[in-house]
Design a protein around this ligand. Sequence first.
Ligand code: MG
Length: 386
Amino acid sequence: MTTIAQILVAAGAGARFKGDKPKQYANLAGKSVLRRSLDNLKEAFPTTRAFVIVHADGDPYLAEQISGFDGTIITVPGGKTRTQSVRAGMATLEDLAPDLVFIHDAARPFVAAKVAEELLSTLQNVQAVAPILPVIDAVKQFDETLGDDLQRGKMRRIQTPQGFRYNDIWPIFQSLEADAQFADDIAVAKFAGLSIGTVDGDEKTFKITYPEDLEKAIRMLGKKNYIATGTGFDVHRTEPGDSLWLCGIEIAAGFSLKGHSDADVGLHALTDAIYGALAEGDIGDHFPPADPKWKGVESHVFLSHAKSLVKKRGGTLQHIDITLICEQPKIKPHRENMRRRVSEILGLSENRVSIKATTTEMLGFTGRGEGIAAQATATVSMPAYD
Ligand code: MG
C-alpha cells in the first residue's frame, strides 16, 4: 500500500493577523486553527502514516494543541523561510521514506476530502500536484497607480495541500542553496523540472490571514456571537463634606462619600459590571487601592478602561442599567444629567443607558444615611471566536 506523510507548516508569525497568538493558534470555535487543520487533514487522508508539524523554534503553544491526537506526530522547528521549514520537515521522514508527501499550510483549517482524492489519483501520473482555483476579479499591475491589465484567464490561485513523490522531491530540497526561497513547494518542483499536475481546489480551503478570515471560518462552523451579562455592586461610606460624585456628575448634597478615588459608587458598580461581562476580574484587580497612583482619580478613568477591554476582546457594549440605593441625595433631579454623562463616557446612545434609584425604606446603612450603595448590569455582545 502507498505510504503517505503530511507536513504541516506552522512556523509563521502571521504579521497580518494581529492576534495575541500566532494565527495557527487562534481559537476556531473551541479548537485551535492548527488542531482543526490536523484533524481535517487526517480525515481527508485517512491512511496517513505520520504528520510532521514544522513549528517556530521555542513554540510554547504546540504541545497542548496536539495532545490526544490519534496518530503519529513528529514535531520539528522550522527555518527562516518556508523553503527551509519544509526541508526541515522532510528530513524527519528519511526513516519512514513515504511514497508520497503532502505539504499543507496549518492556517488552512478546512481540507476537502474530494480534493484529497483527486490529488492522490493525479500523483499516479505525475511527480508533483497542487490544487488550483481561477482568478475571479480583474487583475492589474500596480505601482502606486493602476497599470496594465493582467490576463486573469491565464492565472490561477494555488492552494495546499500540495503533493509530491518523496523520492523525487526530497533530493531536490537537499540540493537547494541554504538561503533558497520559493513562494510555495510546487515552485520547487517546477524549478527542478518535475512533472506537475493540477486539480480543482476548493474555496473552503482558504488561508486564515486577517482577523476577518477567522470570523468567516467560525461562521462556516455554524458558531454565533454571544451575549454576556455582568453585574456589579459597590458601597461607599458617607462623610462630612459639601458634595459627592454619582454617575459622573458632582452633586451638592451637603455631605461626601469616602473613598480612595472620587468614590463614585455608581460608576464603580458599573465598571465592575462590565468587567463581569468579560470575566476580567474586578476594579480592584485593575486599579489596586493600595497604589497611590489612583488616589483621587476621577472614576470615568476606570469606566473607560473597562470599555477599552470590551473593544480589545472584539465585543460591543449594548446596554447598561444602574440602580442607586440611598435616601439622600434625591436622584431624580440629576438623573438625566447622569445618563448624558455616562452615555458620553461610554460612547453609547442614551437609550441604552438606564439609571434608576431606590431607597431601603429607612432600613439598614443606606436607610440611616451611613453609606450609598449601587448595583449595575452591563450587557455586551461578544464575537463567536472569543
Ligand atoms: Mg468603590
